[in-house]
Design a protein around this ligand. Sequence first.
Ligand code: 6SG
Length: 208
Amino acid sequence: MSPYTITYFAVRGRCGATRIMLSDQDQQWKEIVVTFDEWMKGDLKKTCVFGQLPKFEDGDLTLFQSNAVLRHLGRKHGAYGKSVCEASRIDMMADGVEDLRVKYLKMIYQDYDNGKEAYIKDLPNHLCYFEAVLAKNESGFLVGDSISFADYSLFEVLLNHQVLSPKCLDSFPSLKKFVETLSARPKIKAFLNSDAYKKLPINGNGKQ
Ligand code: 6SG
């Protein structure tokens, strides 16, 4: 029996990278799907440390904050570098991904109709930093020679951006290769092809 349970809305959202990571690490998990009506009752919200989902359970451990979940899984499944210094560089890259994710989510939830075009125009000014890091590392990963939770997070954010703007990686060969390589990892490939993944919208407001 898997110890893992995700409690979240029926979206990829803040759980997209977690699910991809769990799949790639050959882990099973249970999903508890919360509807808008259930959430609006407020009983579950009161039990959430920051009043928000996702909630992630690993046996007796209950976590909130999607990036804390990714770090937890990174520690447990050997996807958090091979030294303290590598782990710190992975944190740095994951925080960079978070900055991009927050910009993306702000546009999606607060400014989609007016801000989408300007966001896409400005995107190269953010992607260029990840391109530079990947271009310098022969392994094809962000840090060191093995996959980390930051790679899963970047990968998932890039998949969403390719839906927003299909050509957005065209001038970034290392990012393009990164997405191709991770997409071709057999367990990720199987997950991305599954109904469980495909049926879920990227974002809670239906914009993408
Ligand atoms: C929303 O923002 O779906 N959690 C969200 N919203 C409900 O009352 N820093 C943390 C983290 O990384 C951010 C958590 C995140 O974990 S995710 C949450 O709990 C609240 O604040 C995006 C998403 N939004 C859609 C949404 C949630 C509630 C109302 C709109 C899903 C769609 C409609 C109902 C349920 Fe809906």
